[in-house]
Design a protein around this ligand. Structure first.
Ligand SMILES: [Zn+2]
Length: 485
């Protein structure tokens, strides 16, 4: 590890950077914590002119789309706002604003910025800042028409203006990313209003090579934690992140970021496209809201939603000959739990992978005979037993797609006749495949697929635009950083 002096120097340097450019805070914060905790101080910021950060192995691009705030855009599930107004870079602006007010001849208005402390109500906070108790009460009354004041959060920032004689005349509070609540009044008569704040959505593109984990690789490319978590979430149906990530795998992400008009606030938006290249195999996902659905989902290029069910019957033209549950064992003769389903079918009938995944085992396994086990994600595995032979190329470590032939019905192992014995494991133990309640996947077809194709095309175009925008900038500055295709 590097020596302590170097690290201290970097910390100071880092604080200076925050002062100069608050936007950096969002990226630098993630880098800083990560770097400090691992002692990888060489990963801390080393300056540069502006975002994006660029390394030789990966690029980070962004561009402003002309799109203003979309009123119809679905609200993100989790709060994604990154408040950066509490950085030191904020202070000079507040000062400037106050000077401006004074110059406008409104008297010596006193501006105060307060934050709700733990255990403090809004009333206490206003009175503590110098408001008259009845003024505070009236102001809160007006505020409550626009905001549930009981749900005020610790740390909530409120800007207050007092007249020269100490009367509260204005209260400003950010309601959410797009709305500001303003309460104004004189002589105890307050009027509240919700003001819509303009913002801009920019798109950002990042890609990189995974050396250790996707999380760390993405963080190194300046992706905020909330976006990385989202990235992992959307791939969680396809990928087992504990096991499937290998050194040299790649990621690509294209997502939205909302920036307030004053540039002070940032809110991370939706991932529009993401791609993982795992052991050379690409898995791409596009965000799309089918016209008959209320919410967006992620889809593979072929129109298959990423949230897909395991096939309950991984074989066609078979008869369910034995259910899940207690039964008298046909060979051993005593009662035992049958932890799967038996499908009776002619020898040689193809057996399909119940879902996308990685083959964990494809070899003889005692009484199961020729046996295949597939790991679908961190939660589900399926097993297939008594097969006469394996599907083409099916062996340990191979990635398979839902519906791919992994073997053929047979009578190997301890059996009385040819059948497929099929089990589903959930978190390590067998469950009844027929009782499974996992997100049902949809596959876009016909008209629905054509709509999706348009979305894919638009997204791809936007990605190209975002990349070329940066390329243009680089040409001007003469930066020779490489850009991934
Ligand atoms: Zn069985």
């Amino acid at each position: 590890m590097t020596d302590r002096h170097y690290k201290e120097f970097n910390i100071k340097d880092y604080i200076l950077h925050i002062y100069r450019d608050y936007r950096r805070y969002v990226y630098a914060g993630a880098f800083f914590i990560f770097g400090l905790s691992l002692g990888l101080s060489n990963l801390l910021f080393t300056g540069g002119d502006d975002v994006p950060e660029t390394t030789s192995e990966a690029v980070f691009e962004e561009m402003a789309t002309a799109a203003p705030t979309e009123p119809g855009a679905p609200a993100p599930k989790a709060p994604r706002e990154t408040t950066i107004s509490n950085t030191p870079g904020d202070a000079p602006i507040t000062l400037a604003e106050s000077l401006e007010l004074i110059e406008e001849g409104e008297g010596e208005v006193v501006l105060k910025e307060i934050r709700i402390k733990r255990g403090q109500g809004l009333m206490d906070a206003l009175v503590d800042s110098g408001a008259d108790r009845s003024d505070a009460f009236n102001a809160i009354e007006s505020l409550s028409d626009h905001f549930n004041v009981r749900r005020i959060q610790v740390g909530q920032k409120i800007d207050l203006s007092y007249t020269p004689d100490g009367t509260l005349e204005r209260l400003e509070m950010q309601k959410d990313f797009d709305h500001l609540i303003v309460v104004e009044g004189d002589a105890g008569n307050y009027e509240g209003a919700t003001v819509e704040l303009p913002s801009q959505i920019i798109t950002r593109h990042a890609s990189g090579i995974i050396d250790d984990s996707l999380f760390l690789a993405a963080q190194r490319q300046g992706l905020p934690q909330i976006v990385i978590v989202d990235l992992i979430r959307i791939f969680s149906y396809d990928v087992d992140f504990q096991r499937e990530i290998r050194k040299g795998d790649q990621f690509e992400i294209f997502y939205e970021r909302k920036i307030s008009e004053d540039g002070r606030r940032v809110q991370e938006g939706n991932i529009l496209f993401a791609k993982l290249t795992l052991s050379g195999k690409e898995i791409g996902l596009y965000r799309h809201t089918p016209s008959d659905k209320d919410f967006a989902d992620y889809f593979h290029e072929d129109g298959q939603s990423s949230k897909r069910a395991l096939m309950k019957t991984p074989i066609e033209g078979a008869r369910l000959s034995s259910y899940y549950g207690n039964r008298k064992h046909p060979v051993l003769g005593y009662n035992r739990m049958h932890k799967g389903l038996d499908f009776s079918a002619p020898t040689g009938t193809p057996i399909m992978a119940a879902g996308d995944g990685v083959v964990e085992r494809a070899s003889w396994y005692g009484s199961f005979g020729n046996y295949v086990r597939i790991r679908h994600n961190g939660t589900y595995k399926t097993i297939y037993a008594h097969m006469s032979k394996y599907g083409r190329g099916i062996k340990k470590g191979v990635r398979v797609q839902q519906g791919q032939i992994i073997g053929y019905v047979g009578a190997t192992g301890r059996v009385t006749g040819r059948h497929l014995h099929y089990e589903v494991y959930m978190n390590g133990s067998q469950v009844n495949p027929l009782a499974l309640k996992i997100p049902s996947g949809i596959k876009l077809k016909d008209q629905a697929y054509q709509e999706f194709e348009v979305v894919m095309e638009n997204t791809n175009q936007l990605i190209d635009q975002t990349k070329s925008h940066i390329l243009l900038t680089r040409d001007i500055t003469g930066d020779e950083a490489s850009v991934s295709p």
